[in-house]
Design a protein around this ligand. Sequence first.
Ligand code: GLU
Length: 421
Amino acid sequence: MNPNQVIGEENPFEAMHARFDLAANKLGLDQGLYRILRTPDRELTVAIPVYMDDGSLQVFTGYRVQHSLARGPAKGGIRYDPNVTIDEVRALAAWMTWKCAVVNVPFGGGKGGVVCSPSKLSMGEMERITRRYVANILDIIGPDRDVPAPDMGTNGQVMAWIMDTYSMHVRKASTAVVTGKPVGLGGSLGRIEATGRGLQICAREALKMMGRDPKTCTAAVQGAGNVGQVTAMYLDQMGVKVCAISDITGAIVDEKGLDVTAVRTHLAKFRTLEGYGEGDRITNAQLLELPVDILVPAATENVINSRNAANIKAKLLVEGANGPVTAAADKLLDEKGVFVVPDILANAGGVSVSYFEWVQDRMGYFWTEKEVDDRLEAMMTKAFSDVVDMARRFEVSNRIAAYLLGIDRVAKITRMRGIYA
Ligand code: GLU
């Protein structure tokens, strides 16, 4: 066994708690607030009966967790994945609370999940699962209560069904109940690109601090979903040589740099990297350990952990996924001097433009792509500098600094509102 290996590090809710405890301690958070902010406000588990295409009746399990409503309506995506667990949704909901506070948008944090395999479902089955799930969580969502969005396994079409189902029940068109909708149905320009654009801004700012020119840097991106693909595109546009990208079938690598546009064209056509002609094939695990300057884990949780953290060669880690690094791996990365842009900062571009979408829906007045992009740029650069300032002030890692910033903002609002106990 690897001497660094930590048993049980994969539970994301415990991973969230480990960082929360460190930050709360640094902040000197009082015991009462510590207990409040560590615990989700509300958790709902629902059974989702659905007629499948073969005529059978299946029952799926769905969750919606609202971690905090202190700063505004709960905000966060809905994940469709066979491995969804309640502890994962709890962690993701809490991360949304800290993420929204880090970029300073007036939202709390929530997350949803349905245990299902989207790749094995027909469109009709996906639609029926979505509509019944929404009907079952209807009482706790709404533009002023809890505003879902896309996450792993869901997309604009799923958001359109959510908007429609909710609107049918409340007897009016309610676009602001969900974000990440298609443009034309209350969606915002720039929302699809937002997470990747935010990651690019963070990478650019981090390289500036490290005294590195993007044009001399190489990168590897794990994940070819919306986040991974778009990040690869923006890194490429910034002059970074993107040497590797992966999906669940494995990775493609070319040390001379991949043709990112050709990779994206292949993905748009086949929805998999399989069959892409250029470059060599390696595993996802090998991609993470490539000798590149920038590593972007944009797939799922726990991929950098106590077993492989010591082998990471990148000097800059920009976290596209939520929770890609375990708490045990934090220490190993710190020791190696890796500059980490943590998930709750790095991938916050998505929820930032979700906020812009919600604002536009409520006004019924829509912005140009440039307006969205300028506001995103301002929001992300401010959040980035707030986090690095915090890291300097408290002499902590960027990750703990982001938690400090998020927790402090939520704690201040909670004290201001007073505790209804
Ligand atoms: N699912 C995305 C995230 O984890 C977006 C959430 C949102 O836009 O509400 O940040």
